[in-house]
Write a protein that binds this ligand. Structure first.
Ligand SMILES: [Zn+2]
Ligand SMILES: [Zn+2]
Length: 299
């Protein structure tokens, strides 16, 4: 047992690696087949037996048996029915519905076909149904007889179904979905998290770059607005100065004198101040005011 520390950026995952014996090909297939049955026939009982002695060889043969009678429960006492027939302790059987070979084959191929390994047109590794037959007591019906006699699934309701399956391996390729051990599953999750983390980091970088670009654009816009504003203010002030000068000229040429709203003196042309609100004030009072004494508009 050893310890390994995975660091994904600033997150740390500390986990123990438990050394587990490697599953044989047969064990891996049995596990994968269990998952296949659970997914497609969750309640059906079956027996999958390997008829291959050497578990390391590349060609494995299996016999799959769907019994029609399955154990329902056990009775551990002698029972006597109303006719006086004594039944010894033992299992009480019940019927189960055996899948039709056509339905089973279609699910089987959908599940295992994607894991076929090909080299050109040469199939190197596969899981396939080789043959099937039915039994009921001593009566046996072959797949050939089933096909030629046109027997339907309903005609075979009282029969057990046997299916011969071949699993052919090539090097380390598994011709079925690998069922991960909890350690492999955990490692897979770590890998997925790591990949997701990298993806998120890239997203963050992209978003940050985008944000920086927008920030720069915004700064440039703000600078341009400041310049524009200064230009406008400058234009406005010089225009106002010219107007004020003109008013003063006209005022000095006129005989009418305005009264300062602060000191009530008549304003001399040289002391006339006209604010932006167009109210008049003498320059002495204007220097002491922050806003127009008439309308309160700021100077
Ligand atoms: Zn005044
Ligand atoms: Zn005013």
């Amino acid at each position: 047992m050893c310890k390994k520390l995975i660091t994904i950026n600033h997150f740390e995952y500390n986990y123990r690696i438990i050394k587990m014996p490697k599953l044989t090909r047969d064990q891996q297939f049995q596990k994968s087949f269990n998952v296949f049955i659970e997914k497609n026939y969750p309640v059906r009982e079956y027996v999958l037996t390997s008829s291959t002695k050497i578990k390391t060889q590349f060609h494995h043969e299996y016999l799959l048996h769907f019994p029609r009678k399955v154990i329902s429960y056990y009775v551990d006492v002698f029972t006597v029915d109303e006719n006086g027939i004594v039944t010894p302790p033992g299992p009480v059987m019940k019927d189960q519905e055996v899948p039709s070979i056509r339905t089973f084959s279609s699910y089987f191929h959908n599940y295992f076909r994607p894991f076929i390994l090909k080299n050109g047109s040469n199939i190197q590794s596969y899981t396939d149904i080789i043959n099937h037959w039915y039994t009921n007591g001593n009566q046996q019906i072959s797949s050939e007889y089933e096909a030629s006699s046109g027997l339907s699934h309903n005609d075979l309701m009282n029969f057990d179904l046997y299916i011969k399956i071949d699993v052919v391996y090539h090097k380390s390729h598994l011709p079925f979905p690998a069922i991960l051990s909890s350690k492999q599953h955990f490692e897979q999750q770590c890998k997925n998290l790591e990949a997701r983390n990298i993806e998120l980091c890239i997203n963050i970088q992209t978003i940050t770059a985008m944000y920086q670009e927008k920030e720069e654009q915004y700064d440039a816009l703000r600078r341009r607005m400041r310049v524009d504003r200064r230009n406008i203010e400058h234009k406005y002030n010089s225009m106002f100065e010219r107007i004020e000068k003109k008013i003063r000229e006209l005022y000095s040429n006129s005989s009418i004198r305005e009264e300062c709203p602060v000191c009530y003196e008549n304003i001399e042309p040289s002391k006339l101040k006209v604010s932006k609100c167009c109210h008049s004030i003498c320059s002495d009072c204007s220097s002491r005011c922050h806003s127009c004494p008439v309308c309160r508009e700021s100077y």
